[in-house]
Design a protein around this ligand. Structure first.
Ligand code: CU
Length: 148
């Protein structure tokens, strides 16, 4: 038992170091604001995970939030199409290839996450993240940068 514990402990620093580079924690509360305006994604990551937390108390239907990744040029059109899709579809147009990654909408106290491959992003293209809840994207958006 003791040996197993020591064995496990020996690997924790390695896992933590790898995780910190290839995942990010993002949150939003009961207002239309993310806790960050930009996210760097290292090209070296095989996969990148966004952990999203709603730190407020509002209901999903009242002030829900999520995290969506798209080309910056597509965000406004996607946000419009999302309103038409409705809350049952997380305000995301179904099967739309312009949506590169997204989490479902969550309400206060809930968490969600999404994992994607940075290799879907092209050098020189401009990417953004936004919240697809109806009309939140005007306030809730930020830049996503591919970094070395
Ligand atoms: Cu929102």
């Amino acid at each position: 038992m003791r040996n197993q514990l020591l064995f496990a402990l020996a690997f924790i620093p390695t896992i933590a170091a790898a995780a910190s580079n290839c995942e990010v924690n993002v949150s939003a509360g009961d207002s239309m604001a993310f806790n960050t305006r930009s996210i760097d994604i290292p090209k070296s990551c095989k996969e990148f995970t966004v952990n999203f937390a709603h730190t407020g108390t509002a209901s999903k239907a009242g002030m829900g939030h999520n995290w969506v990744l798209a080309r910056t040029a597509d965000v406004n059109d996607l946000a419009k199409a999302g309103v038409e899709a409705g809350i049952d579809k997380n305000f995301i147009p179904p099967n739309d290839p312009r949506v590169l990654a997204y989490t479902p909408l969550v309400g206060g106290g809930e968490k969600t996450s999404v994992t994607f491959k940075p290799s879907i992003l092209k050098d020189g293209e401009s990417y953004s993240f936004y919240c697809s809840f109806a009309f939140h994207s005007f306030m809730m958006r930020g830049t996503v940068k591919l970094v070395d």
